[in-house]
Design a protein around this ligand. Structure first.
Ligand SMILES: Nc1nc2c(ncn2[C@@H]2O[C@H](COP(=O)(O)OP(=O)(O)O)[C@@H](O)[C@H]2O)c(=O)[nH]1
Ligand SMILES: [Mg+2]
Length: 267
């Protein structure tokens, strides 16, 4: 897990701001989680000569602390009837493209918010804001995943309304984000057909932790040797309960099924 891959550099984490046009909305402040900056610590540095036992203890502490913040987020989301989803995938599978088409489809019917996780740049938050939906960018520096406290701080800035949807686009990585609960209702893993049908077997934890797998970029299937049936079988092998939607974020194929799944999650 992440304390051993060296991604914990709290001083490099930067949580952005809402542009002025988005920060003037009226919101209910009640129930906004109280995240104190004085307790804002990410992964503790690990001495290279530490024993395996000490490493394990640190990992447990990091995850335990993360779980506490995740529970605060979950309580807040539940109180406000906010559907929170954690979108996870490798870089480039189409998370932001899917979000943009989803927000364009939903924005007249449902208030939505987006928390964008990337190591660097504000690019994805800018793409989301172009739809008119408020987005906070979290830059994790060397960090390879979002943690629950980062999400909590972004919530404080977004001040989401009740009965809304909070999409959290995690840092592109099929490994570490599977271990960090952000307080979401469900993880949605996006796998694109250019990545190979074996990925659920190579990165089983992510597929085991996810409720839904979106198989994206199906418009490219005619040009590839990607075995859809095998991919689905691989995903079901690591998670027999995983729901699968074949989709193209660029052509719109399968988007209705995804929107129906979203509506079902809010019931
Ligand atoms: N052909 C095709 N390209 C897609 C699709 N979805 C995303 N892309 C492209 O894949 C690239 C990465 O997409 P992006 O949304 O930035 O991926 P992210 O890193 O997961 O957020 C971009 O060039 C998109 O235009 C799709 O359904 N079909
Ligand atoms: Mg993206």
């Amino acid at each position: 897990m992440c304390t051993t891959c060296g991604c914990g550099h709290p001083e490099q984490v930067r949580i952005g701001e809402l542009p002025h046009s988005h920060s003037t909305q009226e919101h209910n402040e009640q129930g906004t989680p109280n995240f104190s900056h004085s307790t804002f610590h990410f992964n503790q540095p690990v001495e290279i000569d530490d024993t395996q036992k000490r490493l394990l203890k640190i990992e447990q502490d990091v995850l335990g602390k993360n779980n506490q913040f995740a529970n605060q987020n979950r309580t807040f989301f539940a109180k406000q009837h906010i559907l929170a989803l954690n979108l996870v995938s490798s870089p480039g599978s189409g998370k932001t493209t899917l979000l943009v088409s989803t927000l364009n489809a939903l924005k007249n019917d449902r208030t939505c918010y987006v928390i964008e996780g990337d190591q660097q740049t504000e690019n994805d938050a800018d793409r989301i804001r172009a739809t008119g939906v408020p987005a906070i960018q979290v830059n994790t520096g060397k960090g390879c995943h979002l943690e629950a406290q980062m999400v909590g701080e972004a919530i404080v800035k977004l001040r989401p309304q009740s009965n809304s949807i909070m999409f959290i686009e995690n840092v592109g990585n099929l490994v570490c984000p599977s271990e960090f609960d952000l307080g979401e209702k469900a993880k949605v893993v996006i796998l694109s057909v250019t990545e190979g049908e074996d990925k659920p077997l190579k990165y089983p934890h992510m597929f085991a932790a996810s409720s839904l797998m979106i198989l994206n970029k199906v418009d490219l299937l005619p040009y590839l040797t990607f075995d859809v049936a095998q991919c689905i079988a691989n995903a079901k092998r690591v998670n027999p309960n995983i729901k699968i939607i074949q989709l193209s974020a660029t052509t719109g194929q399968g988007v209705d099924e995804w929107l129906a799944w979203l509506a079902q999650q809010s019931e």
